[in-house]
Design a protein around this ligand. Structure first.
Ligand code: GDP
Ligand code: MN
Length: 370
């Protein structure tokens, strides 16, 4: 789960990290009130587009403006897009003095199979360039569940910034307390007196969300595509991908293998969809309905290795779906395992061909879509 900047800052604040004073504005805002509030933040304010993407600074999503002109600037921003994301919310912030911009993050380093703090005395919008051209300006430190004093010491001495210790400690607390997967402050600003998180990037591990009901308030609907929302409604494990062949399977491993085999034959899967073990006729219908929502679809590959799942249930689902809906694209089915003989018979009676091996299916898909 991804947080928008203002949500990330709210979280940081709860954990004692300083953030600039700000307020959030949405479409159809009260102009008198907003102007009054903006003026109370100072002669100038910063408008920040709240979209789930980074690099807003360079794309025009962060603007320093005269508070007097806040209304027209807000209207303009709320009517525009950034990197394909509609701007529905803007954060109006006090303009802080950027005496120095640092970088601090805590994330998972998959190569190291560990968590790492990454810190730099040269933060800001060009951090990627710093990483490439001046790697010596970036410190990377492995860290475990216990945050040892020497790690904090090392970060603060490398950056010559004793105040950063407390912030690193807060990030560590958030990371383990709430099962985050990325916490990033870029820039972490020194305004001449203290450190302030001028931006916030926060990701949580979706698989641990059930442990943190308190995080549900941060859920952003834009994070999901329309099809993903539908899949969730049906309780299907689904991830939308960029290709044009729908995939339905039972069991995550089998679905992954299906994606691999399609890719091997030069076919790009449109999605990952696991109907789960013991899927019913209804689940099958829902799965087809979901996958077929994608406009660019050219074919659907159903891959069932029936264990708990009964092939005849799946076949019944396919047939029923076909009776009620117009199937716009070819269906390629692999059906083996529990009750496969009955399942195959049902499909054949209804003119749906089916195969025993997934390689055969993948080749067939490739043949069809070219
Ligand atoms: P990002 O580009 O999406 O990461 O957006 P940021 O929130 O990091 O903003 C981009 C840049 O705008 C920062 O690196 C700062 O240089 C600048 N910026 C952000 N907030 C302020 C602020 O309050 N005052 C000033 N002067 N500059 C800011
Ligand atoms: Mn940033």
């Amino acid at each position: 789960m991804k947080l928008k900047e203002f949500q990330g800052k709210q979280l940081f604040k709860e954990f004692g990290i300083s953030v600039p004073k700000s307020f959030l504005v949405e479409k159809n805002f009260n102009e008198t009130l907003v102007k009054e509030k903006a003026l109370s933040l100072g002669k100038q304010v910063v408008l920040k587009a709240q979209v789930l993407t980074g690099g807003r600074g360079k794309a025009g999503g962060v603007k320093v403006i005269e508070s007097q002109k806040v209304i027209e600037s807000l209207k303009k921003m709320l009517d525009s897009e950034i990197k394909g994301f509609k701007i529905e919310q803007v954060l109006v912030e006090e303009k802080i003095n950027l005496e120095k911009e640092f970088y601090l993050s805590l994330t998972i380093d998959r190569d190291e199979k560990n968590l790492v703090f990454i810190a730099s005395s040269k933060g800001g919008v060009n951090i990627e360039e710093t990483a490439e051209k001046e790697p010596e300006k970036i410190v990377k430190l492995k860290v475990g569940k216990n945050l040892e004093e020497n790690i904090l010491e090392e970060i603060s001495s490398k950056l010559k910034l004793p105040e950063i210790k407390e912030i690193a400690e807060s990030l560590h607390k958030i990371f383990f307390g709430l099962d985050a997967s990325l916490l990033e402050i870029n820039p972490l600003v020194f305004d001449g007196k203290k450190l302030i998180a001028a931006d916030a990037k926060v990701l949580f591990d979706d698989n641990a969300l059930f442990r943190h009901q308190e995080l549900l308030k941060f859920k952003n609907v834009e994070e999901e595509t329309e099809i993903e929302r539908k899949a969730k409604e049906f309780g299907l494990a689904f991830v939308e991908l960029t290709g044009n062949v729908g995939v339905i399977g039972c069991g995550a491993g089998l679905v992954m293998a299906s994606l691999d085999v399609l890719k091997y034959y030069g076919v790009n899967p449109a999605n990952f969809l696991d109907v789960g073990g013991g899927a019913s006729k209804e689940k099958t219908i829902q799965a087809l309905e979901t996958v077929l929502m994608k406009k660019e679809l050219k074919a659907v590959f159903v891959n069932i290795f029936g264990g708990i799942t009964r092939c005849d249930d799946i076949a019944q689902g396919i047939v029923e779906f076909k009776e009620k809906n117009e199937l716009k694209v070819p269906l390629i089915v692999r059906l083996i395992g529990t009750n496969d003989v009955i399942g195959k018979q049902v499909l054949e009676e209804n003119n749906v061909g089916c195969f025993d091996s997934m390689e055969e299916c993948a080749r067939k898909v490739k043949e069809i879509i070219g």
